[in-house]
Structures are given as C-alpha cells and as structure tokens.
Design a protein around this ligand. Structure first.
Ligand SMILES: [Zn+2]
Length: 81
C-alpha cells in the first residue's frame, strides 16, 4: 500500500500501539505493524495482523500482563449557563 485510500496521502510502515475494547476493558496491543498515512494518520492493518490482534485481545484477560490506569471523566463544560 503506497497511497492512503481515505485521503491519497503517503503511507508508511510503522509499529503502533493499538487500543481495543474487549468485554468493557481497554486492551492496548504494543508494537503492531501497521501502514500509517502521514497526512491524515489513518492506520491500516494487513488481514493476518488484524486477526492476530483479535486473538491477542481475546487472550488479554489472563494475568501476568502490565496494567495502566486510565482516568475516565464525563464531559462537563466549565462554562454552563
Ligand atoms: Zn490519509
């Protein structure tokens, strides 16, 4: 893949961290090979990479992994009428 199907920008191969939700938990998969558009930032994955990520996501409930805490806040504008 050389051109971004979304915007026609240049696409380069990169290792990225991918966020996926699985049973209400956020799973971050590190170092996933992706094609990233330099213009719009859109990420594209090969079919086998995508299915591998599905497997990793499903296995993510086992212990022994690193966990990070992420704050979740409701959107509440500071200037309310
Ligand atoms: Zn693009």
């Amino acid at each position: 893949m050389i051109e971004c199907p979304a915007c026609g920008g240049k696409v380069t191969q990169k290792k990225v961290d991918v966020e996926r939700w699985w049973h209400g938990r956020l799973v971050i998969i590190e170092g996933v090979p992706a094609h990233v558009c330099q213009q719009c930032g859109e990420m594209y994955f090969n079919g086998d990479v995508a299915s591998e990520m599905e497997k990793i996501k499903r296995a993510a409930t086992v212990s022994g992994e690193r966990f990070i805490q992420v704050p979740v806040r409701p959107y509440r504008p500071a200037h309310q009428a």
